[in-house]
Write a protein that binds this ligand. Sequence first.
Ligand code: C5P
Length: 429
Amino acid sequence: MRQTEIRRIPVSYPPFAVSEISRMPLRPLANLRILLGVCGGIAAYKAAELTRRLRDAGADVKVVLTANAARFVTPLTFQALSGHPVRAGLWDEAAEAAMGHIELARWAQRILIAPASANTIARLAHGVADDLLTTLCLASDAPLAIAPAMNLRMWAHPATQANVQTLRGRGVVILGPGDGPMAEPESGPGRLLEPHQIVAELVALHGPKLLSSLRVLVSAGPTCEDIDPVRFIGNRSSGRMGFAIAQAAVAQGAEVHLVAGPVHLATPAGVERIDVRSAREMRAAVMQQIPQCDIFISAAAVGDYRPAEIAAHKLKKSGKALILELSENPDIVAEVAALKKRPFVAGFAAETESVESHARAKLERKKLDLIAANRVGGGAGFDAADNELTLLWPGGKEHLHRADKLTLAHGLLERIVALRAKPAKVRRR
Ligand code: C5P
């Protein structure tokens, strides 16, 4: 009897079979009505970017400037950015007729003051209501968050510290301040947090929690493969994308472990960090965490090769070409994806050309559930603050438009949550 020849049809996902989605990244503050109070201080200019970022995150923003703020920045800037008229005083009859201050206080679901000056902090602490912003704070039930910004001595002054304590005791959330260079040639605590950090904190406080009770493992940064005690083979990954994913996952309610190669980044609050150096160390740390995790996101730029031997002493010049023998490193994400019992596995594909086709080939070869593809080089990707991602999964794709890495991280997590919710048969193992 002739044997029936069974021919395997190669699994591939031609473009026509792929459902395409293109959207702005997740809007974690969608429809939240935020009243943004801006106080006088050189950091007031950053409130303009903050307004834009809050709107990008989906919030409806109305801005109130204190009299001192209006000396640093103009209402017109904020009107254009917020899409609403800006209030800068209590006694503007036309504005009061359009929306009275009590109505405005009721409109607000959250009040955010950024930058918050020492003066306004003191007035809030003592219940003073001598201008529109402080009056609104007294007249509103909305939760209040303030991002202080002032000279380091003003911040450290016992009066300011006591006022901040009073506000904390009343449930006011204090965002920052950051520590670093100031407008004057001084450096220390008192700097306004960066606008993207303020948005991240608000998302953590008020955003939807997509990952409650889930455990997420993220790898980030480069790996360094030592050649001798002073030299190594590394790459240009800054680790910022992976750190942003870890931060976003915490904000979405997950328990997060972050395996980080050598990077110069602060650990996001609430993240358990494990520092490693080489690909093999990263593999060991990842494998130890995998049995406990629900989602693994491999954002690290793992070196594919390492020197076959690490020289015990610094290599000396010999006057001739030096040939280094390299051994291949383990492919961590592929190894995790090949496990019988495994979490949802997402990888990254940093490509310099044919981004999408290379990334989809990688998705299939490594048997991932999702791959986030981005173009690197020419100022994009690795070292840049902003990025742009194409998410690919078996049978689908989504383009996340250019945005800061934290916003993209939220978009990525939202897609992962949607894919995990699909019936198992649709997901390829
Ligand atoms: O093959 P390529 O290095 O481009 O694949 C990138 C993806 O694979 C990333 O998610 C990266 O973290 C992961 N990777 C890995 N181990 C390696 C190389 C890459 O986990 N040795």
